[in-house]
Design a protein around this ligand. Structure first.
Ligand code: MEV
Length: 442
């Protein structure tokens, strides 16, 4: 069937949007409407709040919201809120937290909290002339022109830290940047940074137009291409680490402490040198990071983009975690660049986000960075621990079992049977189907 483009979809009421979709794409099958309605919240006010988060909303898309308890982080015992659909992530986090709780827990250090943004512009002018103009006139004007925008942030202890002129003309003809660094205190600061940058673009244009050192031809060549924050924040970084004597590792899988430490370090080194493995290794880390990022109303696309850019910063995609086993000490750590907030955005709006932040003891943005890095490190520890001992499928399929059974329409009684059946066996899709058919006499 050929579909017709729709005009003014966003202006239709929710019901009219649904009617249109059902008639245009779903063969007028009204049962699809029930699916959407099942996920509406009975509380009309809450439903409206969700609808207003985004455009063209017709329902809510739920995610499991789980808790990984027993995280000892910098001496505080925390229960981490995790919004994630992958079956084994919360279980792996909880297991890793428990492993480290009697070994001093997780320690974190904020290395820096600097955010970045750029005004990207094209200007056909001698570099030294532009640099002179920047140093002796423009820079001061950029700070002055943004004083209103930065006033509140300055009151909270943040603001614009520095502005530099960057010459990129060897890489692209006439391309320069105003590169600004910011301290956004407890907010992620995207709106603040972008507002400052847009003002930079305007001020640059105006100051060049009014400056007599530039010829008319030079003035006419100036093009502000865009003003935008960078999601790559290599100087907004937190370290999370664990360490213990190799003698205290005591894994319950049957391998010796020395073999565990040796194999673990090999696994990390492989991720450091082999991008194919590093991608999966870091994906596992982000399982832990993103789950807390989402539960606390932060932007997981930004944290993903930043982590992967950082992992590739030396020209080869590599591991975000590292391990040493020197002098009988097992040490495992992550350096995670991550820009998040505890004010602004969804943080004061989404009731579950408020719950998550309250559960974490109303952390500052820096404390939240630490918690997220710990969650990523714990997740990586859990994954590597399984990979070098039992293999990943044992734990993963055990958690996935209920998904398979739900897909097959198993009753509660049948589900109980399967949990007992697989107590000391590795779950496989094939084995579940086989046992399911046997149970139902098929
Ligand atoms: C699965 O979501 C993540 C893992 O593949 C991570 C890893 O291999 O390290 C288990």
């Amino acid at each position: 069937m050929n579909h017709q483009p729709v005009e003014g979809f966003s202006k239709l009421s929710k019901q009219r949007k649904i009617d249109w979709l059902i008639s245009e794409y779903l063969n007028n099958d009204r049962s699809y409407e029930q699916i959407l309605q099942q996920y509406w919240n009975n509380n009309a006010e809450l439903q409206k709040l969700h609808e207003e988060f985004s455009e063209n909303t017709i329902s809510n898309f739920y995610m499991p919201y789980g808790i990984a308890p027993n995280f000892l982080i910098d001496g505080k015992l925390l229960a981490l809120p995790m919004a994630v659909e992958e079956s084994s992530v919360v279980a792996a986090a909880s297991k890793a937290a428990k492993f480290w709780i009697d070994k001093g827990g997780f320690k974190t250090t904020i290395i820096n909290t600097e955010k970045l943004g750029h005004t990207h512009f094209i200007f056909n002018v001698e570099s030294h002339k532009l640099l002179h103009f920047f140093n002796f006139r423009l820079k001061k004007k950029l700070f002055e022109a943004t004083e209103d925008i930065t006033a509140n942030m300055r009151k909270r202890g943040g603001g614009i830290l520095d502005i530099k002129l960057i010459d990129k003309t060897t890489e692209m003809p006439n391309y320069y940047q105003l590169k600004a660094s910011f301290d956004t205190v407890d907010s992620m600061g995207a709106n603040f940074i972008n507002s400052c940058l847009e003002q930079f673009g305007k001020t640059l244009k105006q100051e060049v137009a009014e400056n007599e050192d530039f010829s008319e031809e030079e003035k006419n060549s100036l093009q502000i291409v865009m003003n935008i924050l960078s999601n790559f924040t290599p100087d907004c970084i937190v370290r999370a680490e664990v360490s213990c004597k190799i003698d205290d590792l005591k894994d319950d899988s049957g391998i010796s402490n020395e073999e565990f430490a040796w194999k673990f370090k090999q696994a990390v080194t492989i991720a450091e040198i082999e991008p194919f493995r590093a991608t999966t290794h870091n994906k596992g880390i982000m399982n832990g990071v993103d789950a807390v990022v989402i539960a606390t109303g932060n932007d997981f696309r930004a944290t993903e983009a930043c982590a992967h850019a950082y992992a590739a910063r030396n020209g080869r995609y590599s591991s975000l975690t590292h391990c040493t086993t020197d002098n009988g000490i097992f040490r495992f750590w992550i350096d995670l660049p991550i820009s998040v907030g505890v004010v602004g955005g969804l943080t004061n709006l989404h009731p579950l986000v408020k719950f998550s932040l309250a559960l974490l003891g109303k952390p500052s943005a820096q404390e939240l960075m630490s918690i997220m890095a710990v969650s990523g490190l714990a997740q990586n520890f859990g994954a590597l621990r399984s990979l070098i001992t039992t293999g990943i499928q044992k734990g993963h399929m055990k958690m996935h079992l209920l998904n398979i059974l739900n897909q097959m329409g198993a009753t509660e009684e049948e589900k109980q049977h399967f949990v007992t059946y697989f107590k000391d066996k590795t779950v496989s899709h094939h084995e579940v189907i086989h046992e399911f058919n046997r149970l139902r006499g098929q």
